[in-house]
Structures are given as structure tokens and as C-alpha cells.
Design a protein around this ligand. Structure first.
Ligand code: ATP
Ligand code: MG
Length: 418
């Protein structure tokens, strides 16, 4: 037997309604907020991700699925959606069109990680990117959109954590202050953080190892070093969240390590997720479009993980599955009449099914129960001859005689009344 790849899951039919519900909720809110869907490729040239995500990030350092194309070009399965979206934005010269432009995407991402609950090698994200303004209301809008999606799904115990990374100049001024603090604690930091201290010191603050967290407990905060411009922006964002009734928690340790990330950085966490407690994250990346060769275009966005949403989604949130009818037909005349009826019901918009192997009433009714059908139509030779059938309510067991030609309307009406 050939097995699937570790950390790459099948989503079986019992689970797809859950997935569709999550995806439809995301699409519905994205449309309401005016975001249009973009479908970007699953793989891109490796340099796109190295440049966009940053060579010193976990993703680029150790998580990418990279392989050589036949001509030797290095390609990579997309580990996230922003890089491809920005590449498409630049490549198709979208900045020449009226701004702002608002995109969303949904789809699989690939990272070589140690598989565990909420952490897979192929996983799925919903993300949005708002291009074209530095206005704090755009930051508020993307956070509101994310908050509405997650609240609509009734995910428990959500916290929006937020921080400001300042302007690039603020960060440039802060980094030496942070580095000199980290040097004083170097002996207590993990090997990874000792290296990060040189390559990307902000990320030390993001380390999940308890010893590192303890060692950097009293690290100087970037928020204490914000320029008036960055502070104003942050205050506007926080004020906007409050005005919209979206609760937040300030988290001065929340960082994104790259130069083009600036101002707002946020993450949504839930205490229901255990170690992998982040549902989604986002922020402002005003420099990225330019880094990828486009004109200076401020942007803000987020990405959420659908597996983690699915783990948290309470079953009660799911809508009931669509009602359906079971056709139990028998005999030399009932059998063909049943095939015709199935087709007529389906064409009328009534989900209908049967089991062609069943040839006793008992076998048919067992299948009807198993498939959770609300009604069964009992159709034997006698019924076929007189042009009507017995409709059995599977719950109440009440049966009534209904002309075959009336059945589509009968069920449409019955389902409408549910
Ligand atoms: P983490 O700290 O959990 O590794 P991250 O910072 O790498 O998260 P992002 O790149 O910000 O995550 O991606 C946004 C969201 O995508 C995460 O909050 C999470 O829900 C989801 N996600 C990221 N990596 C994985 C993965 N390997 N498996 C499942 N979901 C993931
Ligand atoms: Mg990660």
C-alpha cells in the first residue's frame, strides 16, 4: 500500500462540509468588505520567497519545499500567499490601475515542519492584502474582517494581540538598543537566538523557548521608541478597534523580523489551540511591493490557517446538511420508474439517492437511515402502475400516497418549510 506523505492530510467527505463552511464564511465576509479573489500559482521561483519573506526567517531558512526544475531553475512550493500576490500585483502592473486594490486568496501552502496538531506540511490559508494606502483605517479594516470571520464561526476565546513595529527608521534606531540588551543576556539564550541576535535580532523576542522568554522579559520595547508619526498611526488603529468593539491586547513582544514590515503587527490567538496557539497573523508591509520591483505601494494584510480554524470550530456552528430523499424502488416496473423518479427529483433541485443493490424494503430503509434521508419514496410495481408512490417520513414513520408527478413539488415544499 502506498501511503500519503507525512503531514499531508486527506480531507475526507465527512470533513468537507466543515471546510466548505469555513471557506464560504471567509468568502462571504471578504466580498462584504470589497476584497476580490486572486488565484496565484502553487509554485514560484525560489528567489521570490527568499526576497519577500526574508532569508533569515524560519520559513526560508528551513521550511521550504524547494526543487530544481528540469533546466535547473530553483522552484519552491508556496509557503504563504503574500509573496505570490505581490508578485502578481507587480507583474501585471496593477499599481497603474486605480488604488486601493483589495485581494483575497484561499488555498494550500507548504512548509516542511514537524507534523503535529495544527501543524502540517500541506495546510491551508485564507489571506487578504490591501494595497494602496497607509491610512490606519485600512489596518483597522483588515483586522475587522478577520475578526468578523472568526467571530461568525463562533471560535472560542479569541484574543487579538497587537503591536507597532514603528517606521523603518524607528526600528533602525531601536535595533542597536535591543542588540546591546541581548548581548548582556547572551549566555541565557538558546543557540538559535544567539545566531538570530546577529542576523535578525527582533526575532529573538518571538522565540517560544521559555528560557529565552525569561531572559528577555525586561527587554526594551520598540513601542517606547516610536516616532510621533508611528505613534499617531498606532493610536488611530487602537482607537478604531475600540470604536468597532473589537477587543485587543497590547503585546510588545509581537514582531515581524523584516525590514519592510512596519507599523501595525497583529496576531489572533486562542487558548483552545494548545502549543500552536496562533490562528492567524498579519500586519503592514509598506516596503514589500518596492522590494519586489514595483512602485512604492503601502500595503496591509493577514493570513489565517484553516486547519487551526477547523480544530476550533464548534460543531453547533455548522449548518445542518441539506435534506435529501431516498427512492426505494422494486420490481420490473417499480425499478425503472425509480430511476426516472430519481432523475426528475434531482433535476427539480431535490437531492435524491438510492442503493441499486437493495431489493427488500428493509435493506432500502436501512440505507435511507444511514444516509439520514428525511423521506423515503416506496415505489413497487403496483405503485408504478397506478402512477403514485408512498412517501414515508423517516422520522415519524407516517406514510402518505402521492402521485409521482407531484413528488418534486411535494419535496420542494416540504424542504422549504424546514
Ligand atoms: P507559527 O508560529 O505557528 O509557526 P507562523 O508565524 O509560521 O505560525 P504565519 O506564517 O503567520 O504563521 O501563518 C499564518 C497562519 O497560518 C498561522 O497563524 C497558522 O494558523 C497557519 N499556519 C502556519 N504554518 C502552519 C502549518 N505548518 N500548519 C498549519 N497551519 C499553519
Ligand atoms: Mg511557523
Amino acid at each position: 500500500m502506498i501511503k500519503g506523505i507525512k503531514g499531508v492530510k486527506d480531507i475526507l467527505p465527512e470533513e468537507t462540509p466543515r471546510w466548505r463552511f469555513i471557506e464560504e464564511t471567509a468568502r462571504r465576509w471578504a466580498a462584504r468588505y470589497g476584497y476580490q479573489e486572486i488565484r496565484i500559482p502553487i509554485f514560484e521561483v525560489t528567489t521570490l520567497f527568499a526576497r519577500s519573506i526574508g532569508a533569515t526567517t524560519d520559513i526560508v531558512e528551513k521550511e521550504m519545499y524547494t526543487f530544481a526544475d528540469r533546466d535547473g531553475t530553483s522552484l519552491t512550493l508556496r509557503p504563504e500567499g503574500t509573496a505570490g500576490t505581490v508578485r502578481a500585483f507587480v507583474e501585471h502592473n496593477r499599481a497603474a490601475d486605480p488604488l486601493p486594490q483589495k485581494y483575497f486568496y484561499l488555498g494550500p501552502m507548504f512548509r516542511h515542519e514537524r507534523p503535529q496538531a495544527g501543524r502540517l506540511r500541506q495546510f491551508h490559508q485564507f489571506g487578504v492584502e490591501y494595497f494602496g494606502t497607509q491610512d490606519a483605517r485600512a489596518d483597522i479594516e483588515v483586522m475587522a474582517l478577520l475578526w468578523r470571520v472568526l467571530s461568525d464561526l463562533a471560535l472560542p476565546d479569541l484574543t487579538l494581540e497587537i503591536n507597532s513595529l514603528g517606521t523603518p527608521a524607528d526600528r533602525a534606531a531601536y535595533v542597536p538598543i535591543l542588540v546591546s540588551f541581548l548581548k548582556s543576556r547572551a549566555a541565557r539564550l538558546c543557540a538559535n537566538c544567539q545566531r538570530r541576535m546577529e542576523t535578525n535580532p527582533l526575532r529573538v523576542l518571538d522565540c517560544k523557548i521559555p528560557e529565552c522568554r525569561a531572559a528577555t522579559e525586561d527587554a526594551p520595547h520598540l513601542t517606547a521608541h516610536l516616532s510621533p508619526q508611528a505613534k499617531d498611526h498606532f493610536d488611530l488603529v487602537l482607537g478604531g478597534l475600540t470604536a468597532l468593539g473589537i477587543p485587543y491586547r497590547l503585546n510588545p513582544r509581537l514582531v515581524r523580523g523584516l525590514d519592510y514590515y512596519c507599523l501595525t503587527a497583529f496576531e489572533i490567538t486562542s487558548s483552545h489551540l494548545g502549543a500552536q496557539n496562533a490562528v492567524g497573523a498579519g500586519g503592514r508591509y509598506d516596503g514589500l511591493v518596492e522590494v519586489l520591483g514595483g512602485p512604492n505601494t503601502p500595503a496591509v494584510g493577514f493570513a489565517v490557517g484553516l486547519e487551526r480554524i477547523s480544530l476550533m470550530l464548534p460543531d453547533q456552528t455548522l449548518p445542518p446538511s441539506a435534506p435529501s430523499v431516498y427512492v426505494a424502488s422494486f420490481g420490473s416496473e417499480g425499478g425503472p420508474a425509480g430511476v426516472l423518479l430519481l432523475e426528475q427529483l434531482r433535476r427539480a433541485g431535490v437531492p435524491a439517492q438510492s442503493d441499486y443493490r437493495a431489493n427488500t424494503l428493509k435493506a432500502h430503509l436501512r440505507q435511507a437511515d444511514r444516509a439520514h434521508c428525511l423521506f423515503a419514496v416506496l415505489l413497487g410495481d403496483d405503485e408504478a402502475k397506478r402512477g403514485s408512490a408512498l412517501v414515508r417520513n423517516m422520522k415519524t414513520k407516517v406514510q402518505e400516497d402521492v402521485p409521482l408527478s407531484e413528488l418534486p413539488r411535494f419535496f420542494l415544499t416540504a424542504f422549504q418549510a424546514l
